[in-house]
Write a new protein. Structure first.
Length: 88
């Protein structure tokens, strides 16, 4: 989708990125991360140069991975805390 740029692919990519990236960040309650990622997705969608679009997409995926790494301990802590409350 990122390489073969048509109007339909652009719409499909926008929907996929919103579902995949934004829903994770919304669930974590990280507003600043969500806003940053929304900007990156708009940069991807607005880029006409294929190579630059691919580079921005790869960068966005890398940033999301960093966010996941930072959020993982908090998510695990919440799950363990919830389990303790429910069993207690």
């Amino acid at each position: 989708l990122v390489s073969n740029w048509t109007r339909g692919n652009k719409t499909l990519l926008q929907m996929a990125l919103q579902s995949w990236m934004f829903s994770r960040l919304e669930n974590w309650g990280t507003t600043s991360w969500l806003e940053s990622m929304q900007t990156k997705v708009q940069d991807i969608l607005g880029e006409d140069d294929k190579d630059r679009r691919v580079a921005v997409f790869v960068e966005a995926c890398s940033v999301l991975k960093q966010y996941e790494t930072m959020a993982a301990p908090s998510i695990l802590e919440m799950a363990l805390w919830k389990r303790e409350i429910e069993s207690g």
